[in-house]
Design a protein around this ligand. Structure first.
Ligand code: NAP
Length: 491
């Protein structure tokens, strides 16, 4: 089991012996990396194969022990290398690198935190574990002074995190937007363009090792939200937990949505996005989005990921590549292992400096919302303006402009409707809403069901609209604008 090892520079013969030895030890010779590998599934086996395949540059590290879960599974590796006890890696003093590639986020957190406490460097691809436990993982890195690298956790083979840490340290980012989940992109490619059923496409994605063992992580958009949570740390210096990221997956997309896209020459892609508004605040979400033919993401199909970074000086950069699969993911893991050879650590410069961004929910989106026909009257008042309406006896849709907070409320109220982003509106529009927002906060309208009747009447007068849902809850719309003229159902 072997990997690369950086050869000493040729100039060695020109340096005096002692100085050369000192410099060689300090800068030129990579550390000997002895790996304990957790997980021998899609990625773990991929890493094993990649390491064993080796390359011309020699040897950087070797895998001493592999720990998996199921002793009954047949595997093509020597039993001497295999164990089912985590202590066989965690308590082995010779092992200085733990590579965690398992599919259980809780067990992974136990393994990773124990490894760090034991002074071992850690490489992981587990976005769920990292996004859910970042505070503690960050603290452990500082307390035990150990590197913790996780390039493969965001878009597998795309080199995003180290670039965000290093290259985009000086050229500040204005936005980051992209397709960060390979399996949903694969499913959308098959359902949208090739007319294959959703379930069939999901099954194939799983059999090819693209989808997570728990498919809801992918199709409900949670995997994309975990990745966005990690990207926000390195792009904008802010840690937002998945629960605070507005997320709508691809599982609600209807055949009518696909037909809408097809008829207009567009595709639907699941997008994780974050952008800085004019006032410097940061907005973010995970949503399916219509992508027109001339958009750079239009051609990012199948299991590929594509991420666009807009910067202040360098304009736009686009990263594209394989966002899942055994070897591409293993390649990113191997790159982290190699970086450990020269003591690379994330510095978290944006997180620790004074460049942290404030977050905002004060912006407008242009969306298509589709629903079963009986819900049309509930959905309509959430819109600030409606451009298009369509209903048939079973279902319908509205397209139009909606305040982001109203979209959040609409989804909270009814999680079965399909929401597809058309565009983010000019951020200047959100500014006009500032006055109303301030009044809303003062009035504690954030808990509409706790309003007294008088308050409700007063605020209905100011803010417009009331919606009674089937569950008997009352929602008050938080905007001064009157609702648009009633949509003509049946158009
Ligand atoms: N697949 C991809 O394309 C991809 C891309 C980027 C990131 N990732 C991430 O990489 C990680 C691994 O994904 P995968 O696709 O390789 O998963 P997988 O194919 O389902 O394999 C999971 C492996 O973890 C082992 N395992 C589970 N619980 C364990 C425990 N408590 N102790 C030791 N081993 C345990 C399993 O052991 P048994 O073999 O004994 O069942 C199996 O070998 C996940 O965090 C995933 O999110 C995957």
């Amino acid at each position: 089991m072997s990997v690369t090892y950086r050869k000493p520079l040729k100039q060695q013969q020109f340096l005096p012996g002692k100085l050369f030895k000192f410099l060689k030890n300090k800068y030129m010779q990579k550390k000997k990396l002895v790996i304990g590998l957790f997980g021998f599934g899609c990625v773990g086996k991929g890493l094993y194969d990649v390491i064993n395949r080796g390359n011309e540059t020699g040897q950087v590290a070797f895998i001493k022990k592999i720990v998996a879960k199921d002793p009954l599974k047949k595997r093509n590796i020597s039993p001497a290398h295999l164990s089912f006890l985590k202590e066989d890696i965690l308590n082995d003093d010779e092992i200085n690198v733990v590579v965690e590639l398992i599919d259980d986020a809780d067990a992974a957190f136990d393994i990773v935190s124990a490894a760090m406490r034991n002074g071992k460097a850690v490489v992981s691809a587990n976005k769920k574990m990292i996004a859910e436990n970042f505070d503690e993982l960050y603290r452990l890195q500082k307390e035990f002074n150990v590197p913790f690298l996780y390039e493969a956790a965001c878009c597998a083979s795309l080199p995003l995190i180290r670039n965000l840490e290093e290259y985009y340290d000086t050229d500040t980012l204005q936005s980051i937007e992209g397709i960060v989940n390979g399996s949903t992109n694969y499913i959308l490619t098959k359902t949208c363009a090739e007319n294959i059923s959703f379930n069939k496409a999901l099954e194939t994605a799983q059999s090819l090792g693209y989808a997570e063992s728990d498919p809801t992580l992918d199709i409900c958009g949670f995997d994309a939200a975990f990745k966005l949570s990690i990207l926000l740390i390195h792009a904008f210096g802010i840690y937002i937990k998945k629960a605070a990221i507005f997320t709508s997956g691809i599982h609600r997309i209807t055949e009518a949505d696909n037909a809408y896209a097809f008829a207009r020459g567009m595709k639907i892609k699941l997008i994780a996005g974050a952008f800085i508004q004019e006032d410097g605040s940061l907005c973010f979400f995970v949503l399916p989005k219509f992508i027109p033919r001339d958009h750079i993401l239009y051609h990012v199909d199948d299991v590929f990921n594509g991420v666009i970074m807009k910067t202040t000086f360098a304009d736009t950069h686009f990263f594209s590549g394989r966002g899942a699969g055994a070897l591409p993911t293993a390649s990113a893991v191997l790159s982290d292992i190699s970086a450990l050879g020269y003591d690379y650590k994330y510095a978290y410069k944006k997180l620790t400096g004074n460049r942290r961004k404030k977050t905002s929910t004060n912006f407008f989106l242009k969306v298509l919302v589709s629903f079963p026909v009986e819900k049309a009257a509930i959905v309509q008042p959430f819109f600030t303006s409606i451009q298009e309406t369509f209903t048939n006896p079973e279902s319908g849709y509205f397209t139009g402009t909606i305040h982001f907070e109203n979209l959040q409320r609409l989804k909270e109220m009814d999680d079965t409707i399909s929401i597809i982003l058309m565009d983010v509106c000019d951020t200047g529009v959100a500014k006009q809403n500032k006055f109303e927002e301030a009044e809303v906060e003062e009035s504690a309208l954030s808990k509409p069901d706790k309003l007294t009747p008088e308050k409700e009447v007063r605020y209905l007068k100011i803010f417009g609209n009331k919606v009674d849902t089937k569950e008997g809850k009352t929602f008050v719309m938080f905007t001064k604008k009157q609702p648009p003229p009633a949509a003509r159902l049946g158009d």
